[in-house]
Every structure is written in C-alpha cells, then in structure tokens.
Design a protein around this ligand. Structure first.
Ligand code: SF4
Ligand SMILES: [Zn+2]
Length: 366
C-alpha cells in the first residue's frame, strides 16, 4: 500500500499542536491495576439495526496498548481522544482474552436465551488486525467463541487500512462462515484533502477502494465511518462533504455507512478549537438534510445507514438549540430512522422548534 506523505507536514504549527495536545493527553492516563487490565473498557447490549431487521447489538470495547497512528509520529486524528483509554502498562494477550471472556460470559446467557438476533461489535479503539494490539491468538480465541452462537448473525470489527490483508480476511471468513461480517473503516470522507489536511488521517481514498475490493473477494462487507463536520469546515461545507461521501460510497456498494457527527473529545486538536470558540459541533438539522439529499429509499435496500452519536444533545456533541424538547425530539427522529431505515421518519419529528428558523443563518458562519 502506498505510503501517504503527510500533507500537513509543512504546517509545523498545526502538526506541533496536534502532537503537544496528544502528549498532554497521554500524560493524563492513569495507572491501572492487574484487575482493571483484565476487564474491558466497557460492554453493553442495546437495540440496533441489523442488516434485514431490528435486533440487538452486543458491543465489547477491549483495552489494548492503543492506536498506532495516535501513538506514533503523526499524533493521530484531530478529533480522536480514544488513546486516553489505552494502557500505560503493557497489557498482555492473556489479559485481553480475559477482558473478552469477562464480557462474553457476562452476557452470553442473555443472548442465547433471547429470541432476537444480534450483531456483535468488537472494538479496541484502534485496529483489530494490528498484531501489536490484538495478536493472532486473541483473534482465534474470539472467532472460536463466537462461531457457534446461532443468534449472533453479524460480526463487526474496526481496523485501519494498513493492517487489513488477504490472509487476515480469509482467516476471519473461514472461522465465521455463517455470519455476516463487516470490517469498519474510518474513512471519514471521500475527499483526500479534508481527510488528510483537516483530520490528519493519513489515508487515501484509492487505498480504501483497494481494501473494499479485497473484502468483496472474501465475501466480507465494509462499514464506512463518515465524520460529519471535521474541523475547519463550516456547517454548509460539512453538509456538502458528507453528501458527496455518501453518494460515492453508495455507488461503490459499501454495506453500511455510519455517520459520526463530531463530538468533542478530551486532549484533541478539536477540543482546543472548541475551547477557543472556533468550532461548533453540527446541528441535527444538518444531519437530517444530509440524509434526505444523499439517499433514496431504494438505496436503503442495499446499504444500511446508521448513526449513534456520542454526546448527542449536549454542547459537545451534535445538537440544535439545547432546549430539552428540541434535543429529545431530534434524537428520537434519528433513532427511528436508523432502526426503520425509512426516510419518511425524518419528517415526523414530535417537536417543531423555533430554532429551525435561526439555523439557516447559523450554518453559514460556524
Ligand atoms: S480515529 Fe482511529 S485511526 Fe484516528 S487516532 Fe483514533 S483510533 Fe486512531
Ligand atoms: Zn431548538
């Protein structure tokens, strides 16, 4: 895969700022006990959209040494603070296996007793296929545990492009033959300039397309994350960028598009801009507009579009005017759309807020 020369290298202020924010964030990490290293960061079950039906997600977030991109010279992506969840101490393979087993054993009876179908999402705030984070032994352990659970119908993991290769995909498919598998990739936008200059992602769209084809050859799906409103774009620019990305990804026949409206995470360049009042997270109205303009109901027979925004309805996440009824209603509208995949739900908000009149002016300036 072609090495992406970091296009912001010439902008020393920018790169220096990302790195110094990252260093400060890394220093704030706490020492963890052995007990804590054997527990996942978090795990839960909740209602979710499966490929063909409404079911439940079982999500496990494993604690590993962290994303190599954030730990390395680049300083990581401008909006991502996940590295603070990583360990300072070495976390060994057996501890990660114990983390997985803890979550799995805790919930497996609920899952097998349940009549509903499940999607299992295993995240590690980095790359599942990076051997420095998750070893072969851990991956095989997880595949073996999951393979025979009948009502886990779908399996999702995340990885940066550089760690995805034919052998790893083949091994995954061979072990989980009966499941619908998706690899989640943080593409963020189809625009190389925005992705590499504004998000500092270090990734090219062409490489994404190569990996997408490799996944298709292995009968594995791709879930693409899109970032709604990267830093340095105003609201209208963000809407245009996201519409352009969705349209392109639908044409490429990705399986799932997950729209992540920005939320402000600690220790990031984005937080710095936010504290300086140079950044406002996106409006719900923008997200709804993006969906209506980029997707038609026929598209949704082939692609699943989801969005489960962190920090929604608060100052640091996607929000409208912060009035309670307004935020609750917008959140519900989004949830209804995601679960039903029915675009008409976007016009069925319970509460029409007066902030909708102010929004067209706001979106031009922030
Ligand atoms: S967004 Fe993904 S690739 Fe970027 S720093 Fe965070 S975990 Fe790493
Ligand atoms: Zn409002």
């Amino acid at each position: 895969m072609k090495k992406v020369s970091n296009p912001i290298e010439h902008d020393l202020w920018f790169l220096g700022r990302i790195k110094s924010m990252r260093q400060k964030a890394l220093k704030r990490r706490k020492n963890l006990s052995t007990f804590q290293l054997e527990r996942p960061i978090s795990f839960w079950i909740k209602k979710d959209r499966l490929v063909n039906e409404i079911g439940k997600e079982f999500t496990i977030i494993l604690r590993t040494k962290g994303c190599s991109w954030a730990l390395g010279e680049s300083g990581g992506c401008t909006m991502c603070g996940y590295i603070q969840d990583a360990t300072i101490e070495d976390v060994d393979q057996d501890q990660i296996i114990k983390q997985f087993d803890y979550a799995f054993n805790n919930k497996i009876k609920d899952i097998t007793d349940d009549e509903e179908n499940y999607i299992l999402k295993i995240f590690n705030s980095g790359s599942f296929f990076d051997d420095n984070e998750i070893s072969d032994k851990i991956r095989m352990h997880i595949y073996e545990k999951v393979a025979n659970i009948k009502n886990i119908k779908e399996f999702v993991i995340e990885s940066r492009l550089k760690y995805i290769n034919f052998e790893k995909l083949k091994e995954l498919k061979e072990n989980l033959k009966k499941k619908h598998i998706e690899i989640a990739i943080g593409l963020e936008t189809v625009n190389d300039y925005i992705r590499n200059y504004y998000i500092n992602k270090g990734m090219l769209f062409n490489d994404f397309k190569t990996v997408l084809n490799m996944c298709k050859e292995n009968d594995i799906g791709v879930k693409s994350y899109l970032l709604l409103k990267p830093p340095f774009l105003n609201e209208q620019g963000a809407i245009d960028d996201c519409i352009n990305s969705i349209t392109n990804l639908i044409n490429l026949k990705v399986n799932t598009i997950s729209i992540n409206p920005v939320n402000i995470q600690k220790g990031t360049l984005l937080e710095y801009l936010y504290l300086q009042k140079r950044y406002r997270p996106p409006w719900y109205y923008s997200l709804f507009k993006v969906l209506k303009k980029s997707v038609n109901q026929d598209d949704l027979k082939y692609v699943r579009i989801v969005s489960d925004p962190s920090g929604a309805g608060t100052k640091k996440g996607i929000h409208n005017c912060l009035k309670r009824e307004c935020e609750v209603s917008a959140k519900k509208t989004l949830r209804n759309f995601v679960l039903s995949q029915d675009l008409t739900t976007l016009d069925q908000s319970e509460f029409e807020c007066e902030c909708k009149r102010q929004y067209p002016f706001e979106k031009l300036f922030h």
